[in-house]
Design a protein around this ligand. Structure first.
Ligand SMILES: [Zn+2]
Length: 278
């Protein structure tokens, strides 16, 4: 059996047999790998919490015929500041889940590895804008993975869209904006296509900014709630369409998003109510 050394970020783990787990790790030298951690569920395991999701580890792995086995794991960073905050954990798991679903096994991509490290480092540091970080992560990861969206030219006629085209739509299937002229030529019934999402020109501008932004600058971004809501819907639709599955890790986040909308409506009504009393 040959042995290899690599560095990786733990994406997930699933139980195997009585005491083992299969750990899925995104590594810098081999892309996504899965390896068995033997005896990890025993109290006395040498691995302890070294192979929990989010952990950045130095690994020594036995290459097996079917499945690799982790021989040694040393923590580089456990991203404790993510782990200690339930909300950060929810957003972070949604990110790890997308990396797991979108990357093929064993395909090296150092750019993606570095990107994931930077994103987790940023999530650990920031005090707000968690959902905006997820939106930015999603759109940048889609771009890295070959689904770079076209935001300034219609994906049907390639006409350049002016800033005044405020009633454009985003096609998840075609990966970009469809101008109103092309949208009208779409056969009846297609308009209500779930894969086409209305997008305002303000949101297009913001999405373009997020697409090329240095992700560590996320905490300095100020965003209108309406624009954030629109972009959250758009990126979730785009991701779901390309994966052809709904990510379970994100169902809860969509629920919080709806809840916060209902709460802000309630607050607005309360304000109106106060005004009424005057
Ligand atoms: Zn067009």
């Amino acid at each position: 059996m040959s042995l290899y050394k690599t560095q990786g970020i733990v994406l997930k783990s699933i139980k195997l047999g009585e005491a083992d787990k299969i750990i899925t790790i995104y590594t810098n030298s081999r892309g996504k790998i899965s390896a068995v951690a033997k005896g990890i569920r025993r109290m006395t395991s040498k691995f302890g919490s070294r192979l929990e999701p989010f952990t950045h580890v130095d690994l020594l792995v036995y290459q097996g015929r079917n499945l690799d086995t982790v021989a040694q794991a040393e923590i580089i960073s456990s991203f404790k500041d993510i782990r200690d905050d339930l909300e950060k954990v929810e957003y972070g798991l949604a990110m790890l889940d997308l990396v797991d679903k979108i990357t093929p096994d064993g395909e090296k991509d150092s750019q993606l590895f570095e990107f994931l490290l930077t994103v987790l480092g940023t999530l650990a540091k920031i005090k707000a804008n968690f959902r905006l970080l997820l939106i930015t992560f999603d759109i940048q990861l889609m771009s890295i993975s070959g689904f770079h969206p076209s935001l300034f030219n219609c994906v049907v006629c390639w006409r350049h869209l002016s800033a005044s085209s405020s009633r454009a739509k985003f096609s998840c299937e075609l990966g970009g904006i469809i101008c109103m002229r092309c949208n009208h030529t779409v056969p009846a019934g297609r308009e209500a296509d779930v894969n086409t999402i209305p997008i305002s020109s303000r949101s297009i501008d913001m999405l373009n900014r997020l697409l090329f932004m240095d992700i560590e600058e996320i905490s300095g971004i100020e965003i209108d709630q309406k624009v954030e809501e629109e972009l959250f819907k758009l990126t979730q639709g785009y991701v779901n369409y390309h994966l052809q599955v709904r990510l379970k890790s994100r169902e809860y986040l969509s629920k919080i998003s709806r809840k916060s909308k209902a709460e802000s409506r309630k607050r607005k009504n309360e304000k109106l109510g106060t005004k009424f009393h005057f």
